[in-house]
Design a protein around this ligand. Structure first.
Ligand code: ATP
Length: 307
């Protein structure tokens, strides 16, 4: 008779990974799942949100929206001390996963940096190979199906034209929420005003390079300067909007690449929920979000955890 206590093939640890382009509601879904469904803790996988500071500009989930769910690797690092490599992220995030599992909770990884997610879950990670190299699919194919965790991948997807429209509005909302003051303070605190120096860590955040020119020129008194200032501000905002949309498009490209290489990504179509937001003045439409994103996610995760 087989000895039931001997694990011949030890099971891999189960983790949930919420993927998606910037703005698609990954943080919201992670909280929806954590608060209503299973005890879990969230690990950030947005490479800019790893660093302290610029909370509005980098779109960190506000403390009050976390609803008591513990978050890890969110604003924990000082980018003055250097940039975390994907290899370092792999090591730190996997220790965090172990700690969460030891508390009998489920780790939920949420964030838009696909290179960090790839580094974290790949069985053998080679820091020297670029799995997102458009001209060479081989490194990705070699690593794609060998994962060191039992992963449930949820991909929150929004049709690009709808997402673009939403992102343009989100930039305006970020300004209403105080992004300009935040950037102003940030530039003031830099020793060389207006110079970003070496672009590492948080200095890569969309918003800083775009506003560099504006903050360099602010302070003039005559009307021409005022005109200049307004033009510079408008240009900076337009650049942020453009670069945010470009980022979203690139991120979706990377997600599709991972999927076509064999990652079993479960796509949740949030387009209807986002259309409803654009038609209303209030926040996310709860009904479409619940029906199209939360309910199917709950089913997928439940089945995954019970397997
Ligand atoms: P890459 O291969 O380009 O490094 P990635 O998947 O590792 O891709 P992304 O998350 O796509 O990383 O980030 C790429 C760039 O997008 C960042 O360097 C930064 O300029 C910008 N970015 C990403 N997340 C944020 C954020 N939260 N706030 C501001 N800018 C961001």
């Amino acid at each position: 008779m087989e000895n039931q206590s001997v694990k011949i093939h030890p099971q891999k640890d189960k983790i949930i990974i919420i993927m998606g382009a910037t703005g698609t509601g990954k943080s919201r879904l992670s909280i929806d799942l954590a608060t209503r469904f299973f005890p879990s803790e969230i690990i950030n996988s947005d490479k800019i949100q790893l660093y302290r500071g610029l909370d509005i500009t980098t779109n960190k989930i506000p403390f009050q929206d976390r609803l008591g769910v513990p978050h890890h690797l969110l604003g924990e690092f000082d980018s003055e001390l250097g940039e975390l490599t994907p290899l370092e992220y792999r090591s730190i995030a996997s220790s965090t996963i172990d700690e969460i599992l030891s508390r009998n909770k489920t780790p939920v990884i949420a964030g838009g940096s696909n290179s960090l997610i790839h580094a974290l879950v790949s069985d053998r990670y080679d820091p020297d190979s670029d799995v997102f190299d458009e001209d060479d699919i081989e490194p990705l194919l070699l690593s794609a199906n060998k994962l060191r965790y039992d992963c449930c991948f949820l991909w929150v997807d929004v049709a690009l034209p709808v997402l673009y429209e939403y992102l343009l509005r989100r930039v305006d909302d970020m300004f209403d929420a105080g992004m300009l003051d935040e950037l102003s303070e940030w530039f003031e605190s830099e020793t060389e005003l207006g110079s970003l120096g070496e672009r590492v860590g948080i200095k890569k955040a969309i918003g800083l390079p775009e506003f560099e020119e504006y903050f360099r020129g602010v302070g003039g008194n005559d009307s021409n300067d005022t005109m200049d200032t307004q033009i510079k501000m408008d240009l900076a905002i337009e650049a942020i909007k453009f670069n945010t949309c470009q980022l979203a498009k690139r991120q979706i490209g990377k997600i599709q690449r991972l999927r076509s290489a064999g990652w079993d990504l479960r796509r949740l179509n949030a387009t209807e929920a986002f259309r409803a937001v654009l038609l209303s003045d209030s926040g996310m439409s709860s009904e479409a979000w619940e029906k199209k994103v939360v309910e199917p996610s709950v089913k997928i995760v439940k089945r995954f955890l019970e397997e």
